[in-house]
Design a protein. Sequence first.
Length: 73
Amino acid sequence: MFGQVGAVQAYDALMGEYRSIPFVPDVKADLTSYVVEKGMDGIFFYLAREEAAIRQNPAKRATDILQKVFGAK
């Protein structure tokens, strides 16, 4: 999918060693899904903050892109 990078290889190796230890609980962790989820959380956090600022100060709609988004003429 994304290819193996150093952090993913190290994580996979660590999880392989962990799973080889007897009597440890099974850990269902997917590093890629976790990173994507946290990245999306960050995007929506900043999007919500910017939306709140625009609602408090409509002059922030003045950029060309925001005028297209909000339909201003």
